[in-house]
Design a protein around this ligand. Structure first.
Ligand SMILES: NC(=O)c1ccc[n+]([C@@H]2O[C@H](COP(=O)([O-])OP(=O)(O)OC[C@H]3O[C@@H](n4cnc5c(N)ncnc54)[C@H](O)[C@@H]3O)[C@@H](O)[C@H]2O)c1
Ligand SMILES: O=C(O)C[C@H](O)C(=O)O
Ligand SMILES: [Mg+2]
Length: 627
């Protein structure tokens, strides 16, 4: 709780610094920053009182309302008399939440995970500040509940779990209305939107309207990791129908029960949504999430030069994979510059797989001299296997996005391979350094495939089983370590526990998930005020993540940070994105920090600027004023 004497002390030191600024320009920056910090202590003006306040999750403090506030807001007598500190409140809440753990302590496969999701969700609905305080303080424990894998389960069970709406729904029925509907959202300012059409939720397929859960989960991380103000995030579901036959027949399904719109009709709906949100909030950033590949690439190309948007599955995943792939090179005791020598087999050529392939090829090409022949030769380091097997130039009706990675037929046959060769055959013949899965097929890295990987020419083969949620992972870390060997590098999209290898050795299980990048990409874009999200900004984010791990960690097989460091890594990623936006002359500034001021900031000052603009879950003092 902010206390007034602190505020007065802080204000008088601010005035002193503001006076100094007349004579000392360096103090100007300092004062600007202090001013930003002080904002957190300013009272928040509310236009409601009594039960309306207790029922508003943005302002509700529950038992933590002080007596003076209870008087000021007409809630004296509406709460039990004992005023609790926010710590005591959390203690009470945790007693309830932890009760579920007495019989089940199995981490991600916890049978009570959905019950925990429910309890946390109810807290989210009544007191956002406290919800995020709990989430931030226990991120390692609860990210797997509010995010992957449990969020997948919550999406699948959405009809039964639905209590209160969160976010906005734009449906095919709303065509022509979106521009006015968008004003139904209560917040004057929105910084971040995560939008999905529910067509490919994690590896669970088309979940229709139920996919809104993934947008909510991603935005939880925007608040927890990036410190985006929870009052300025907006989850969005664009319901254009579903092709999930089960949902189409389910009498309890909450979305439109018709087949998905397609073609121009579909694009017109998304166009209308984009126009509507950017008209009301011209500075908003829109993250596209879990759109089927068919639309993911097309929509990204359509909007990326016109709007502040990115596709997390294509671009966020690519950056995280690049950071991991570079980590795997370092873990072999080799310099990153050896990356272009790596042989990489990728299983899955959807939005995520193709995103990773393009980014990895570009990264290699840059290291090889950044010319056409470098790009050509980088392309030869990849073997791509999809549902129909190895992709070669003989593939009929090949996707345009996959075409650049199709192997030449003669080249493949020289290696003993052919169009449609199985994953096990490809791994056996190629003997890759890296096997990376973005196929959504649980168990795809079977015993046969992993046995084949034992023939890898690498001193330390790397396995990335990146599909989500847990049951869709291409293999488990136990399978990988026990079959391929103790020395491998392992990463998975959803969290698994480390593996006890015996003899006191641990097989480290990294979480290779785009959660290490998207919050920083969003925050960095916001604070730079860049009008678009450039390739350079995405590359800077990936490089920052790659450089985050120390040599010592990497040699131990730890190539991604633990979730407990997510707020710190996000701050650094955001700073790298701001810096790149400034260097590319894209930064237009944010609030009092205009483009000219931004250009003057040193590296440390950029980091400080980012840190000072991250929201923290502290109750503000509330003051009532009539509308
Ligand atoms: N870890 C992360 O950060 C992260 C990020 C994005 C996506 N993902 C996961 O990646 C998975 C795929 O996402 P997407 O958007 O690319 O999906 P998608 O449906 O667009 O693509 C799936 C691809 O896998 C291929 N495939 C299917 N069966 C296969 C098989 N037996 N062998 C080889 N390939 C096969 C398909 O042909 C297709 O190319 C999902 O499970 C998603 O959760 C993880
Ligand atoms: O949502 C995640 O956990 C990662 C990724 O965006 C996915 O679609 O699987
Ligand atoms: Mg996704």
């Amino acid at each position: 709780m902010p206390n007034f004497s602190n505020q007065i002390r802080a204000s008088s030191s601010l005035i002193k610094r503001l006076k100094q600024r007349m004579t000392n320009p360096a103090a100007l920056m300092q004062a600007t920053r202090s001013f930003t910090t002080l904002e957190g202590h300013r009272p928040t003006i509310v236009h409601k009182r009594s039960l309306d306040i207790l029922h508003d999750p943005w302002f509700n403090k529950g038992t933590a309302f002080s007596m003076t506030e209870r008087d000021r807001l007409d809630i004296r007598g509406l709460l039990p008399p004992n005023v609790m500190s926010s710590e005591q409140q959390i203690q009470r809440f945790m007693v309830d939440l932890k009760r579920l753990e007495v019989q089940a302590r199995d981490g991600p496969s916890d049978p009570n995970a959905l019950a925990k999701w429910r309890i946390l969700n109810r807290l989210h609905d009544r007191n956002e500040t406290m919800y995020f305080k709990v989430l931030i303080a226990n991120i390692e424990e609860y990210a797997p509940i509010v995010y992957t894998p449990t969020v997948g389960l919550a999406c699948q069970n959405y009809s039964g779990l639905f209590r209160r709406p969160r976010g906005m729904y734009f449906s095919a029925e709303d065509r022509g209305e979106m521009m006015s509907m968008v004003y139904n959202w209560p917040a004057e300012q929105v910084d971040m939107i995560v939008v999905t059409d529910g067509s490919r939720i994690l590896g669970l397929g088309d979940l229709g309207v139920q996919g809104i859960g993934i947008a909510i989960g991603k935005l939880d991380l925007y608040v927890a990791a990036a410190g985006i103000n929870p009052q300025r995030v907006l989850p969005v579901m664009i319901d254009v129908g579903t092709n999930n036959e089960k949902l189409l027949k389910d009498p309890l399904y909450l979305g439109l029960q018709e087949h998905r719109l397609d073609g121009d009709e579909y694009i017109a709906v998304i166009d209308e949504f984009m126009e509507a949100v950017f008209t009301r909030w011209p500075h908003v950033i829109v993250q596209f999430e879990d759109f089927q590949s068919k639309w993911a690439f097309k929509l990204l190309q359509r909007y990326r030069n016109a709007y502040r948007m990115f596709n997390d599955d294509v671009q966020g995943t690519a950056g995280v994979a690049i950071a991991g792939l570079l980590g795997a090179v370092r873990a072999q005791g080799r310099p990153m510059i050896d990356f272009p020598k790596q042989k990489i087999v990728v299983a899955g050529a959807g939005s995520a797989g193709i995103g990773v392939l393009n980014a990895a090829r570009k990264t290699m090409a840059r290291m090889l001299g950044n010319n056409e022949s470098a790009f050509e030769s980088a392309g030869r380091q990849f073997w791509v296997v999809d549902a129909k097997g190895l992709i070669t130039e003989e593939r009929e009706n090949i996707d345009l996005e996959a075409l650049p990675f199709a192997r030449k037929v003669e080249e493949a046959s020289r290696q003993g391979l052919r169009e449609g060769a199985s994953l096990a055959e490809v791994v056996r013949e190629v003997k890759p350094d890296v096997l990376l899965g973005l196929s959504a097929v649980g168990g795809l890295f079977s015993k046969e495939v992993l046995e084949a990987l034992k023939g890898s020419t690498s001193t330390r083969p790397a396995i990335f089983a990146m599909s989500n949620p847990t049951k869709n992972a291409e293999c488990t870390p136990e399978e990988a370590f026990s079959i391929v060997g103790d020395n491998i590098i392992f990463a998975s999209g959803s969290p698994f526990k480390d593996v006890d290898l015996g003899n006191g050795h641990i097989g480290h299980c990294n979480q290779g998930n785009n959660m290490y990048l998207f919050p920083g990409i969003g925050l960095g874009t916001l604070l730079s005020g860049s009008r678009i999200i450039s390739d350079g900004m995405l590359q800077a984010a990936a490089e920052c993540l790659a450089a985050y791990m120390t040599e010592e960690e990497v040699l131990k097989g730890i190539i991604y940070p633990s979730t407990s460091r997510i707020r710190d890594i996000t701050k650094e990623v955001a700073a790298a994105v701001v810096k790149e936006a400034i260097e590319e002359d894209l930064a237009e500034g944010y609030r009092e920090m205009d483009a000219r001021e931004l250009r003057k900031l040193s590296q440390e000052e950029i980091e400080e600027y980012v840190k000072n603009n991250m929201w923290s879950p502290d109750y503000p003092t509330l003051v009532y004023k009539k509308d």
